[in-house]
Design a protein around this ligand. Sequence first.
Ligand code: NAG
Ligand code: NAG
Ligand code: NAG
Ligand code: NAG
Ligand code: NAG
Ligand code: NAG
Ligand code: NAG
Length: 525
Amino acid sequence: MKAGRNLVSGGAVVAWLLVLVLVLVVLQTDFLQQITRFRVISITQVPNESVHKVSSSGLVSEGTSKQELREVAKSKAPDGMPNTTDSVADVPPCPAPSDEMDSHVIDGIKDLKHEDEILAMGGQIDGFLQNSDVAAPRSKLTCNFSSRHMDICAMEGDIRMHGKSTTVYVVAASNDSYWTENGTVTIRPFPRKHEVSTMAKVREVTIRSSAPVVTTPPRCTVTHNVPAVVFSTGPDSGNFFHGMSDMVIPLYITTREYDGCVQLVVTDYNHKWISRYQDVLAALSIYPVIDFDTDDVVRCFPSVHVGIEYHNTLGIKPALSRNGYTGMDFLGFLRSVYSLKRPWVTPVNLRSGQRPRLVMILRQHSRALTNEAEAITAATEVGFEVVAAGTEVVKDIAQFAQVVNTCDVIVGVHGAGLTNMVFLPHNGTVVQIIPWGKMKWPCWETFGSPAPNMGLRYVEYEATAEETTLKDVYPRDHAVFADPLSLHKSFDDMYKYFLNGQNVTLDIDRFTGVIKQIYQSITIT
Ligand SMILES: *[C@@H]1O[C@H](CO)[C@@H](O)[C@H](O)[C@H]1NC(C)=O
Ligand SMILES: *[C@@H]1O[C@H](CO)[C@@H](O)[C@H](O)[C@H]1NC(C)=O
Ligand SMILES: *[C@@H]1O[C@H](CO)[C@@H](O)[C@H](O)[C@H]1NC(C)=O
Ligand SMILES: *[C@@H]1O[C@H](CO)[C@@H](O)[C@H](O)[C@H]1NC(C)=O
Ligand SMILES: *[C@@H]1O[C@H](CO)[C@@H](O)[C@H](O)[C@H]1NC(C)=O
Ligand SMILES: *[C@@H]1O[C@H](CO)[C@@H](O)[C@H](O)[C@H]1NC(C)=O
Ligand SMILES: *[C@@H]1O[C@H](CO)[C@@H](O)[C@H](O)[C@H]1NC(C)=O
């Protein structure tokens, strides 16, 4: 798919660039920016004539082809079902980056090229730009530090990045934009702002915004004609919940709207994380990820986001996302990425001899089910076909996604493994077993609240004092039983007693009752 996109004919490249010109003309209200963008596009070998010749009607028809492709993708949804499938196929080609040094400049655009060089040298050519009709381009920098979760800066115009020095230059920023006394903003591009130890693993990115013709920005080595998004993979610990909630979903929110035509740039490059989520990354961006910290060239972009947008735990708030993306769209995207076959859970007709499937996530070291064999037997006796998934099985995301997608129900004690609910078909059921210790609220927050937003049904099973192994360790008058909430005051205590310190022994009769209800709700006799 990737190769196909890159192997477009020259004609297609030209046609697509023309679409971009239109889009820029439509979107840019600032005339000076149009000139800047136009120049950048010209350098990517678009003959001047065709740029000027194109009629608006021609451009519109090119523009709609992208829309048409989307319609085709949408029309694949089964009849009568909402269009929640966010297909990643069939996107038009993206413009390729151009090496400023090597680009074969077509005769007619030599002048433009020259002008670009002058701009790149900023104030070095005294008086030239100020006196010219064509003033320096206006760039814009907008930062938002008000979220509890993340800091984010968006900039557009003439943006240049030098990875090795972790610096982003916003050249010739206008004065109506975000401004600091000395024009420097620093930001750590990871959305867990208030976790000191997490953020310590995130390299700080410096954004220098220079006033028109005041400082000398570095010259572009490579010019990209797509936006860039800079984020850190430093804090990754291999935890699937955090990988999804703190990185994959925020990346989806920030980059999906570009339909693959976006350059991902990673600080604190973590090979394990990149390879683990390679399928998702390849669907979000057709370009290989750039390792920012070792990148010693100057890359120029028409727009850059530093930081990724986080809305809430494992979720998306449509009102906050520019394109109104929902949790269901995200699940549709994942189904497309991993080629998952079942978009919907449909009631199983028992007369057909089929049985609904239930995947049970089994933990090993803490919050393990001491009687997991009995629990599996119970679910089987209720009528489910049970898939028992140990830690090893869960490790290969692409493979386990296929397994989960064949199931109607996922069951597990609170833990990262339940994050695999994202691969359930629409209207699948999540059963969270909540360990002892008044853990209902934090557990609900982690999986209970996100589930319905992803189009999934949520069922809770809260372990009683009789069902925890803590009862073998602490007497009933210990705070663990007498006042569990008092142990929530310190996260370390909560972790020690209730997350790391117990296993669960299910009351099989009670568990059977809960599972039976679910079984009845998804089967037809
Ligand atoms: C699904 O998409 C089609 C075509 O875009 C549209 O006509 C239809 O109303 C959509 N259905 C829903 C439920 O949004
Ligand atoms: C376009 O390029 C041709 C050569 O291909 C040149 O003669 C002409 O002057 C150029 N037009 C503009 C507007 O740059
Ligand atoms: C900044 O972020 C906050 C929290 O995410 C949001 O409510 C607010 O609208 C944002 N401000 C701007 C100007 O975008
Ligand atoms: C730009 O804005 C800053 C802060 O708002 C102000 O102090 C400065 O004088 C302005 N500069 C110009 C050239 O208008
Ligand atoms: C300029 O930036 C530095 C570092 O970001 C900061 O410490 C300083 O207070 C800023 N202002 C001045 C006037 O130097
Ligand atoms: C929970 O069970 C696992 C596996 O049997 C065991 O290794 C672990 O020590 C148990 N933990 C507690 C807190 O009982
Ligand atoms: C989801 O499944 C439940 C239980 O089978 C059913 O009652 C409900 O109508 C389904 N929801 C949708 C939107 O199909």
